[in-house]
Design a protein around this ligand. Structure first.
Ligand code: GTP
Ligand code: MG
Length: 622
């Protein structure tokens, strides 16, 4: 579905409010014209500038007058008579009526603004919710292939763009059009000849404005691009400040920023020039038109075809017409922008995750027997990452997965919680193909500690008990204790309520890992996937993390991508991967005894952790 009808449909959800807004707008337009009409009356009747204070409207004659003016006349006459019968003199009654029209215009314009903008805001809330919902359910592949900046701008500024278009711009458009129609009726019914002359001359004034607005719009788009570029440099600097410092690249980055900043400056100066030119240019043109109008009007007034007040009213109407006409280009541009934004947002909303749950998916019972990979192959793009992998993991087993970097270890374990689906073959969980199970019942049974620790900018408590609003204190502390995390948590200023900062910037590498382990212990899933970090920790943290991991693995079925000698030694079985294939399997001593990949890895000191780490002192027995 095209973005425009789709936005309209979303808008249609609020048609009650929209109808109310439209009614209010009609009242605003009528009040505007009434104001103009009364302006003439104030001058001619109340101030007495007119030739005679007549009861009838403009141009004297009653017959052949346009309907609009006849209505206004009738209304005015009634109002004046009522006032006079109450003893209110004309010089009070007419200004009072003018004030009434003004108040009515503004009250109803408040209602229409509020209602329509309210719809814009509500639409944006709906859309953002929908887009975020979709985003959350996207596959891992989607995330690894999309740029964070792009997704952020779709979720934030693109959605915002739609709000502006469907709030402010739509109000201006509809209100402008309604008022314009009524104003046109008004000026033509007042003095058709004068109106006609002006409208024939109008393009002379309007064309330069239109072209100027268009140029301004282009400059604004260019400015948006430039500011985006500035933002990109800025965010890189904020994220990479350590690298910048250690490479002494401050001057280089400063130059890069300076260039982008100057670029932005040039575009901005152009905008400023166009804007500065606009007003004087307009004023000169308007002045020429006005002088000509006065010359003509003087003869009309002289011939008693027009009153002074009418001339003012006419002029005021012309001025009011200027705004909606001028706005057309701006609104058009905003709507074009909003449509292209909408396209980008809908792209996100419509994206179907490649990991799908079958409609008749079954609930998996707690893990009891075995997980089996049957002839599993996998690829991200063209290159095979896993080829014909066959393996079985029995309940309670600890299986270590080793192999050179890029062998496919992380990819192998990612298939189990269905972060990706195998390209060929299948994976069974107690004999059930995982594609036939509900994602929830599968993922609930798997604890995951990833290669790079992921913590949220929240308290220690909510990081450990992720997803639980009021976790039982005992369970929380037990998890932290088993993960050797309590020793540093207790030393934090606010203990379990301390915030860890973005990317847990307030914690050391080893502390972050232990917190992530505490989270996995807390989840207490029967199956554990562990992607051991290769990061070099100091001996003491290394020992703490190793022990925390041992506690975590206790009593669980574990798939551990091992970089530590102690882990592989303790594993029941070691699976060796090399270039997408499972090449060897066995225990540490079995594998060492024969020449092969494992033997080579061991000889190359692929495994970290020295004996010193193994026996390093750790606080208290557990
Ligand atoms: P280490 O973590 O370095 O020990 O390697 P690994 O054995 O865990 O390798 P992994 O399974 O992460 O990657 C296997 C191959 O897949 C490598 O050649 C990667 O370049 C490739 N790969 C990994 N992730 C992605 C991805 O998200 N997209 C694409 N296109 N390729 C990927
Ligand atoms: Mg890996």
């Amino acid at each position: 579905m095209k973005p425009f009808p789709r936005l309209l449909r979303a808008f249609g959800r609020y048609r009650g409010r929209a109808f109310l807004a439209l009614l209010a707008m009609v009242v605003v337009s009528i009040s505007t014209v009434a104001m103009l009409f009364l302006l003439a009356k104030v001058i001619d009747d109340a101030l007495g500038a007119g030739a005679a204070a007549r009861l009838s409207g403009f141009g004297g004659a009653g017959a052949g007058r346009a309907t609009l003016l006849r209505w206004l006349d009738a209304f005015y006459a009634t109002a004046r008579l009522t006032a006079e019968s109450h003893g209110i003199p004309v010089r009070f009654a007419v200004p009072l009526l003018l004030l009434l029209a003004l108040v009515s215009k503004n009250v109803f314009s408040y209602i229409s603004e509020f209602e329509l903008n309210g719809i814009g805001v509500a639409m944006v809330r709906d859309l953002r919710r929908e887009a975020y919902d979709r985003l959350l359910r996207q596959s891992t592949r989607f995330y690894s292939e999309s740029s964070t900046g792009d997704l952020m701008s779709r979720m934030l500024s693109d959605v915002e763009q739609i709000q502006t278009a469907f709030g402010h711009q739509l109000t201006d458009l509809v209100q402008g059009a309604l008022t314009l129609i009524l104003l046109l009726l008004y000026v033509f019914s007042m003095n058709a000849r004068l109106a006609l002359i002006i409208f024939l001359l109008a393009p002379v004034i309007l064309l330069p404005i239109v072209s100027n607005t268009r140029r301004l719009g282009k400059a604004a788009t260019a400015a948006r691009e430039r500011i985006g570029h500035l933002g990109a440099i800025l965010s890189e600097t904020l994220r990479g400040h350590r690298v910048i410092k250690t490479y002494a690249m401050e001057d280089f980055e400063a130059r890069r920023f300076e260039e982008a900043n100057n670029d932005y400056f040039r575009v901005n100066r152009k905008t400023v020039r166009i804007q500065a030119r606009n007003a004087p240019f307009m004023e000169i043109l308007a002045g020429i038109g006005l002088s000509a109008l006065f010359v003509y009007a003087a003869s009309e007034i002289h011939a008693h075809r027009m009153e002074v007040g009418e001339l003012f009213s006419f002029l005021a109407a012309l001025m009011m017409m200027y705004k909606p006409v001028k706005d057309v280009t701006r609104i058009n541009m905003a709507i074009q922008l909003a449509l292209s934004s909408a396209r980008r947002v809908f792209e996100l909303v419509d994206r179907v995750s490649e990991i799908q749950e079958k409609p008749d998916a079954r609930h998996l019972a707690p893990f009891s027997d075995a997980i089996a990979y049957e002839n599993v192959s996998f690829r991200y793009e063209d290159q095979p990452v896993l080829l014909d992998v066959d393996l079985t993991i029995r309940r309670g087993e600890t299986v270590a997965i080793v192999g050179p970097s890029g062998a496919g270890k992380t990819s192998l374990v990612n298939l189990l919680p269905r972060l990706y689906d195998a390209t060929a073959g299948r994976i069974t969980f107690d004999g059930v193909d995982i594609k036939d199970a509900t994602l929830r019942s599968l993922r609930d049974q798997i604890g995951l500690v990833t290669q790079d620790t992921v913590l949220f900018d929240a308290s220690v408590r909510s990081n450990i008990a992720y997803g639980q609003s009021s976790p039982p204190e005992e369970k929380l502390r037990a998890a932290a204790h088993a993960a050797y995390a309590d020793e540093f948590i207790d030393r934090l200023p606010e203990g379990y309520d301390s915030f860890v900062g973005e990317n847990a910037g307030r914690l050391s590498g080893g502390q972050k890992q232990r917190l992530a382990i505490a989270r996995a212990i807390y989840k207490d899933a029967p199956i554990l996937i562990l992607d051991e970090a290769t990061s070099q920790l100091d001996t003491e943290s290394e020992a703490l993390v190793a022990r925390a991991l041992m506690n975590l693995m206790k009593g669980r079925t574990t798939l551990v991508i091992a970089h530590r000698l102690s882990t592989v030694r303790r594993a029941d079985r070691i699976l060796v991967f090399d270039r997408a294939r499972l090449v060897e399997s066995g225990t540490h001593s079995e594998l060492l005894a024969r020449p092969g990949v494992y033997h080579r890895l061991h000889a190359m000191q692929y495994f970290t952790e020295t004996e010193a780490a193994e026996s390093a002192p750790v606080p208290g027995p557990r």
